[in-house]
Design a protein around this ligand. Structure first.
Ligand code: B12
Ligand code: SF4
Length: 498
């Protein structure tokens, strides 16, 4: 029996879907994977405040033909890809096939997912999918599968995989793997591991002629913390209550596999929500050093210690990303981050003094309806005073994820209109219809404008003048859109000259 697994994501990483594919293949099922990145929709140049993905008719028709023999079609979805999922499902559904959605979107919004699928997978999908395809293969109408919510039936019994190291390594094909190339509107088959090279390539701004090749991997699933806006807030209840760590042996097995199959890989990107929280983080870092693979990782300030961070840098950590989100006490409280932002002063001091050139990325959330201009100015001044001069800032617009404590608060306070497709709002601050002046001040810091100038522009009289509706809902968004259009035009023109 043939199964097609489809991903609409911009990145080909997809560890969840690849893991499902490996489990199905090991059980003898003919499984193919189709990746449909749509860079134009996800691009920062796009002006829409939503993540609307609309596939070209030619692609949909091609997919229809490719999945003709598939009895089961599985589609992985985050919230912002839900329309993409609906469009794919509408095109690919036949009377004799079964369409299942999996990933964060159906896990958080099963009933919404079931409007466009025969079933929605809640949480871990490997064994749920295996049982489902076994039942379908046996010719029975599938029923009572743990983690699978069938359309018209009640919420399923849930079970999570305790030992994630027992799972096989992610499936990278290349046989039976296909990628959509938006530029040429064609789906190409992956013929060798070499074909992954362009998808792993990254050209650093500082040295664009020397590309690096990044392999993304997980050493754990989940996060020990529980911020009110984060999907983990729900995943802890319906997927797994605690973080699940892969053993060092399993991580080594994957590294050896990568070395053998992707010899061109120069760096690892560790995608764990909170890498520093690993109990055996010292040994894990030693392992990465042993294989001479520089790595990037994410961590939460509370797990920072000077000793540990120095060790990680010695072992090859070349970049790290921390979630700060806000330094204002009110906002930290709303986000449930007072305790986990605790060591951030030490983090910033450590990098400023000892590693001023290090690539440190500090993530912030904007567009929080409960946050006042004073709260934002507090964070801004905190960063002006403490941030290493070479640090980077990531700014994301707050998106409400269904079932999170923050989303519930917004619904209770009638801030969020649940009759809208609010899940489709993009996290890109510059694509929003309302752009606060205080957001622009953070952007100036991101762009490394002189800090003295930013302090002047952040003066109370200017902020109270420019934080008015006329500016935030009209002039600033229009100005940003115009700048983006002009800049894109100039870039496109200069590119077409060569
Ligand atoms: C790694 C990661 C990324 C990577 C790679 C994404 C990719 N293409 O794979 C990068 C950095 C590119 C990324 C980007 C984004 N991400 Co991200 N990302 C993650 C992270 C940290 C881990 C995901 C992961 O690999 N988990 C491990 C695997 C094994 O689990 P899984 O994917 O959930 O899959 C399992 C089940 O869900 C299920 N399943 C999944 N698919 C399917 C399909 C079928 C058919 C079935 C049956 C089951 C099934 O089975 C799998 C195996 O058990 C999560 C955080 C989290 N806790 O999940 C956020 C997360 C998924 N990301 C999120 C977001 C918002 C984004 C972005 C949209 C924006 C942003 N600001 O980051 C972008 C856009 C994505 C893109 N263009 O590809 C949100 C999604 C929230 C939501 N409600 O949808 C999360 C949950 C972060 C958060 N804490 O809120 N992300
Ligand atoms: S620390 Fe990060 S990943 Fe963990 S719950 Fe908070 S926002 Fe989510």
């Amino acid at each position: 029996m043939q199964i097609s697994l489809i991903s609409p994501y911009g990145s080909l990483y997809n560890s969840g879907l690849r893991s499902i594919s490996s489990v199905l293949k090991n059980a003898g099922f003919d499984t193919r994977m189709i990746f449909l990145p749509m860079p134009s929709t996800e691009s920062g140049w796009n002006l829409s405040p939503f993540c609307h993905i609309s596939y070209p008719e030619s692609l949909l028709q091609r997919l229809k033909v490719m999945t003709e023999a598939s009895a089961v079609i599985g589609i992985t979805l985050m919230d912002n890809y839900m329309l993409a999922g609906a469009e794919l499902s509408k095109t690919l559904k036949r009377a004799d096939n079964f369409i299942i959605f999996g990933g964060v979107f159906p896990t958080l919004n099963p009933l919404k997912a079931l409007q466009n699928a025969d079933a929605a997978c809640i949480g871990d999908g490997e064994y749920a999918m295996l049982e489902l395809v076994r039942q379908i293969d046996a010719g029975t109408v599938p029923k009572a599968v743990k983690n699978i919510h069938f359309r018209g039936q009640s919420y399923p019994e849930l079970e999570y995989i305790h030992d994630i190291s027992s799972l096989p390594l992610p499936d990278y094909g290349p046989e039976g793997h296909y990628v959509y190339i938006e530029r040429s509107e064609e789906i190409i088959p992956m013929k060798s591991f070499e074909d992954y090279r362009p998808f792993m390539e990254f050209r650093p701004d500082a040295n664009p002629d020397k590309p690096v090749y990044i392999y993304r991997m997980e050493t754990a699933r989940g996060c020990p913390d529980n911020c009110t806006y984060c999907a983990n807030n729900v995943l802890k209840k319906v997927q797994a209550p605690m973080v699940r760590f892969r053993t060092i042996e399993k991580i080594e097995e994957e590294i050896l596999w990568v070395k053998e199959h992707f010899p061109y890989v120069t760096e690892l990107s560790i995608e764990d929500d909170s890498f520093f929280a690993r109990k055996d983080i010292w040994e894990t870092a030693n392992l990465l050093k042993k294989y001479n693979l520089p790595f990037k990782s994410l961590f939460t300030p509370v797990y920072f210690t000077e000793e540990l961070t120095t060790h990680l840098i010695d072992c090859g950590m070349i970049a790290c990303q921390i979630g700060l989100q806000s330094r204002a006490f009110n906002t930290e409280t709303i986000y449930r981050r007072v305790a986990i932002n605790k060591n951030v002063d030490e983090v910033l001091k450590f990098f400023s003094v000892k590693y001023p050139e290090f690539i440190l990325i500090i993530d912030l959330i904007v567009d929080n309806p409960w946050e006042t201009p004073d709260d934002i100015l507090f964070t801004l001044h905190y960063l002006l005073d403490n941030m290493p001069t070479k640090a980077f800032i990531g700014i994301s617009s707050l998106v409400f994820f269904n079932g999170t404590a923050l989303c519930n608060k917004a619904i209770e306070e009638k801030i969020l209109d649940t009759s809208t497709d609010y899940q489709l709002k993009t996290w890109q601050w510059h694509r929003q219809n309302k752009i606060n002046y205080t957001t622009l001040l953070l952007v100036m810091l991101k762009l490394r404008l002189p800090r003295g100038l930013i302090r002047v522009l952040a003066s109370k009289p200017l902020v109270s003048l420019l934080e008015r509706k006329l500016f935030t809902e009209k002039l600033i968004p229009v100005a940003i859109r115009t700048i983006k259009k002009l800049y894109k035009k100039i870039k496109d023109t200069s590119r077409s000259k060569y």
